[in-house]
Design a protein around this ligand. Structure first.
Ligand SMILES: Cc1cc2nc3c(=O)[nH]c(=O)nc-3n(C[C@H](O)[C@H](O)[C@H](O)COP(=O)(O)OP(=O)(O)OC[C@H]3O[C@@H](n4cnc5c(N)ncnc54)[C@H](O)[C@@H]3O)c2cc1C
Length: 387
């Protein structure tokens, strides 16, 4: 009982009981002096026909007919994995009137786009999309299946994984393959203190979701490769127990994920009005405003503005962090920025360890000065003339 880090073992009437707190960490199995504890693994057998599974399947996400940028990032990573394995990248695309978009995807080096067109597939609907992907997986037997960690991917991937009885690693920050075809899925765990490496050795396909901006997009080629395969849609697969009462188009605005420049405010802002000052700076540099988690928790900013492990991942050309200490959970969401500029009153703030440019001082003195400089065009090094 003492060795269990989760207090998952109790003694009831002289009998050992494992409670819901048990995390199956196996510490007790290793520690038990008499070998009296074991874990039953009913389906732990090896995959019998592992070689039957090949290729990397990408779920191409479209919204109102526009392919979402995360798709090109998944293709970029998919091509890298496929090259290592001597396999190919294939794509699932569903929607309405998407032939042009399917052919556009071929310009990113994929071998085949499986296109499902039907008016009932115009907008994402979880049940039909799940059925179609599961059917395609059963037909093509991919080794790896990747989806974006977007609201769509986050609801679709677990359903597909459950139907296929395979594993799923959400929000991967890195993916690589072993020679035997196992996908090494890396993601932060325990609040970012540990980078966990997860493999799915006994099941296929190996499924992972990846957030937008975590991986580099595939380059666009001059000539398309591959083919578009138009797939017949079985009407019985379109049935859904969920009725759509009303559809309101999503307003597409520049979010922190897409902005070239992001001005971010942290707890050092001190008061909600401080964000107005940073908003002004964001307007001057043509960027978007982001925040750290404490500001969302205070109710000063919307969750969609949160940068970090439990918020959005950004990869802007320039990140300007004001009053931000540089906690690991925040850095996880912005370390991919091309240039990092930090303003902090504490010269020992960890953000300066990763910043390319830093100013030590009070943001309430520095930011108005910066705004004035930019307005007057006094920016000799062109630091803010990125866009
Ligand atoms: C599971 C988990 C998930 C998390 N996810 C996220 C996440 O997604 N995103 C996120 O941001 N955080 C996240 N956090 C919180 C994270 O650990 C930090 O607490 C948070 O990032 C700190 O925010 P901050 O830098 O704004 O505040 P602080 O750490 O308090 O830093 C404030 C900084 O402002 C400076 N400062 C003060 N006044 C001024 C001034 N006038 N001018 C200039 N500088 C000044 C100070 O020197 C200090 O360095 C998460 C935490 C956990 C446990």
């Amino acid at each position: 009982m003492e060795v269990c880090p989760f207090e998952g073992i109790t003694m009831e009437g002289g009998q050992v009981e494992f409670t819901d707190a048990c995390r199956l960490c196996r510490v007790c199995i290793k520690a038990c002096p008499t070998g009296a504890i074991w874990l039953e693994q009913s389906d732990a057998g090896p995959i019998l026909e592992r070689d039957k599974y090949k290729d990397v399947l990408i779920f191409a996400e479209q919204r109102q007919g526009r392919i979402q940028p995360v798709t090109y990032e998944l293709i970029g990573k998919g091509l890298e994995l496929a090259r290592c394995l001597g396999q190919e990248v294939i794509v699932f695309l569903a929607g309405r009137d998407l032939k042009a978009q399917a052919h556009e995807l071929l310009l990113y080096g994929v071998s085949r786009v499986y296109l499902y067109e039907h008016k009932a597939l115009e907008h994402f609907r979880i049940e039909p999309y799940t059925s179609l992907i599961v059917d395609l997986v059963n037909d093509t037997l991919p080794n790896i299946l990747l989806m974006g960690a977007t609201p769509v991917g986050r609801s679709l991937a677990p359903r597909v994984a459950a139907r296929l009885r395979t594993g799923l690693t959400a929000d991967c920050t890195s993916l690589s393959v072993k020679e035997n075809g196992d996908l090494v899925q890396t993601r932060p765990a325990f609040g970012g203190d540990v980078m966990a490496q997860i493999i799915t050795p006994r099941h296929r396909p190996q499924m992972a979701t990846v957030r937008h901006k975590v991986m580099a997009s595939a380059p666009r080629l001059a000539e398309p490769k591959g083919e578009v395969k138009e797939c017949a849609v079985d009407e019985s697969k379109l049935k859904s127990g969920i009725a759509v009462l009303k559809f309101e188009p999503y307003q597409i605005t520049t979010s922190i994920s897409d902005a070239e420049i992001v001005v971010a405010g942290g707890r050092g802002v001190g008061r909600p009005e401080g964000l107005k000052l940073l908003e002004q700076l964001a307007v001057e540099v043509g960027g978007a405003l982001g925040v750290t988690r404490p500001l969302v928790e205070q109710g000063w900013a919307d969750y969609t503005m949160q940068i970090g492990m439990s918020g959005r991942t950004i990869r802007p050309r320039l990140y300007i962090g004001c009053g931000i200490s540089g906690a690991i959970q925040h850095v996880a969401g912005m370390r991919g920025a091309e240039a990092i500029f930090a303003i902090n009153s504490d010269p020992n703030a960890p953000i300066f360890d990763i910043a390319h440019y830093g100013l030590v001082g009070d943001m309430y003195e520095i930011v108005p000065h910066l705004i004035a400089m930019i307005r007057e065009g006094d920016d000799p090094n062109g630091v803010f003339q990125l866009s």
